[in-house]
Design a protein around this ligand. Structure first.
Ligand code: SF4
Length: 369
C-alpha cells in the first residue's frame, strides 16, 4: 500500500455507545464512552431501550483514557494522510472500506466495522474543527467526580482544539453532587450537560417512574448553572396524555422558570412498543394527544415561560406542518431566543392550530397499536 498510515489507522479503535443528542451530531462531536448504558432503565416511555436495556457499567479511567488515545492516533494518521495527499477532499476518498480493507462496507467483520466507525467519527470531528466532544452514555455524571475530572482534563490535554465537552446527566445525580464537585468539573472543561427533564409535574414524574421530584430537578438544574455548566434540558410534550396535559404544561413551565436553562428542547412523546407506557396505551389507560391538543399543551407551557435561554424544536419528532408545507418550527439547534422570540413561537403555534389536523397527521411518526 502506498500510504503506510492507512495500515496504521486500522490498528486503532475505541468504544462507542448507541446514542448522542442530535445537537452533538450536528456539531460532529467526538464520541467518547465514559460509562455504559443507563443506570436507571425504568422510565415508562423509554425503559432504557436506546441501550437495549443492557446492564449499566462504569468504565475505568484507564480504559477511557486508552480510548481517547486511540482517537488521537487516528486523528494524527488522518493529518499525515491529508498532508501527503494534498487536501481533505482526497483523504475522504481513501478513508473508504475499499481502500482500508479491500472490501465493501457490508462485508466488513465486527472488528473492521468498529474501526471504520471510529475513523469516520474522528474524520468528521476533525473536518468540523475538532471542537466538541460528547461523553456517552446515559448518565456519566454518576462517575466519581475526581475520575470524571481526570477524563475531562485528559481530553483537553490530548486535544487542545476542544472548546466544548458535554454529557447526559440525570437531575437526581446533579442534585446529589456538591457545588464544589460541579465547579471542579467545569474547571476541568465540562461545558454542558444534557438533562431529560421530560416534565416538571410531580404526579406525572411518578407515573412515568422518572425517579426524581420536581424539587430535585430544580436543585440539580440550579446547581449546574451556578457552577457555570450550561444546561440543555429536554421536555416531552404529550407525555401526560389527555389526562395530565394541562398540569404537565403548567408545572413544566414552573420548573423551567425556576431553573432558567440555557436550552429547552422539545421532544414530543412518540409511543415505543417495548416500553411499559405503551401497554397503558393498549389498555386504554393512556390517551395520546392529537396534533392540535399537543400544540395547545405547548402553548400553555410557552405562555407561562419566563426564561432567558433558547427554546428549540430541533428534532423531526416536532412533526407539525407550516402553511407553506415545511416544518412549523425551525429545527435549528439554537432554536428561538426567549423572551425576544416568545411571540414568534406563539404565532407559529397559532399558525399550526389553523391548519387541518390531518395535515399534521400525515407527517407524524406513528407506531401501529
Ligand atoms: S434515565 Fe434516560 S435513558 Fe434511562 S430510562 Fe430514563 S429516559 Fe431512558
Amino acid at each position: 500500500m502506498m500510504l503506510p498510515n492507512l495500515d496504521r489507522i486500522k490498528e486503532y479503535s475505541y468504544e462507542m455507545g448507541a446514542i448522542r443528542p442530535p445537537s452533538e451530531g450536528g456539531s460532529n462531536s467526538l464520541l467518547i464512552r465514559a460509562t455504559r448504558n443507563c443506570p436507571w432503565n425504568r422510565c415508562g416511555f423509554c425503559y432504557g431501550t436506546p441501550y437495549a436495556r443492557a446492564k449499566f457499567e462504569l468504565r475505568s479511567v484507564e480504559e477511557v483514557k486508552a480510548d481517547i488515545l486511540s482517537a488521537k492516533h487516528i486523528s494524527d494518521e488522518i493529518e499525515v494522510i491529508t498532508k501527503k495527499l494534498g487536501g481533505i477532499e482526497w483523504t475522504v476518498r481513501v478513508l473508504d472500506p475499499s481502500f482500508l480493507y479491500d472490501k465493501e462496507q457490508q462485508r466488513l467483520n465486527k472488528k473492521e466495522r468498529k474501526n471504520f466507525q471510529c475513523v469516520v467519527n474522528v474524520f468528521n470531528w476533525n473536518y468540523s474543527g475538532g471542537k466538541t466532544v460528547f461523553l456517552q452514555d446515559a448518565n456519566s455524571l454518576i462517575m466519581r467526580t475526581p475520575q470524571l475530572v481526570e477524563i475531562v482534563s485528559y481530553l483537553k490535554e490530548t486535544f487542545p482544539s476542544i472548546e466544548r465537552i458535554t454529557s447526559y446527566a440525570r437531575s437526581k445525580t446533579l442534585a446529589k453532587k456538591s457545588e464544589e464537585e460541579l465547579k471542579s468539573l467545569k474547571e476541568a472543561g465540562l461545558t454542558r450537560v444534557h438533562v431529560g427533564l421530560e416534565t416538571g409535574d410531580d404526579e406525572l414524574l411518578e407515573y412515568i417512574k422518572k425517579g426524581v421530584t420536581s424539587e430535585e430537578q430544580i436543585t440539580g438544574g440550579k446547581k449546574s448553572k451556578e457552577a457555570g455548566i450550561e444546561l440543555s434540558v429536554y421536555v416531552m410534550p404529550g407525555l401526560g396524555g389527555t389526562k395530565m396535559s394541562i398540569q404537565h404544561a403548567k408545572n413544566s413551565a414552573r420548573v423551567l422558570n425556576e431553573i432558567n436553562p440555557d436550552f429547552i428542547r422539545s421532544r414530543p412523546y412518540v409511543p415505543n412498543p417495548l416500553t411499559p407506557l405503551f401497554n397503558e396505551i393498549k389498555k386504554g389507560e393512556f390517551k395520546l394527544l392529537s396534533p392540535h391538543e399537543c400544540l395547545k399543551e405547548i402553548k400553555i407551557m410557552v405562555e407561562d415561560l419566563d426564561v432567558t435561554g433558547k427554546v428549540c424544536f430541533d428534532h423531526a419528532m416536532n412533526y407539525w406542518s407550516s402553511k407553506s408545507g415545511g416544518h412549523l418550527f425551525s429545527q435549528n439547534y439554537e432554536g428561538y431566543k426567549f423572551p425576544e422570540e416568545k411571540e414568534t413561537v406563539l404565532d407559529l403555534i397559532e399558525e399550526g392550530l389553523k391548519i387541518e389536523e390531518s395535515v399534521h397527521e400525515r407527517v407524524r411518526v406513528r407506531v401501529p397499536l
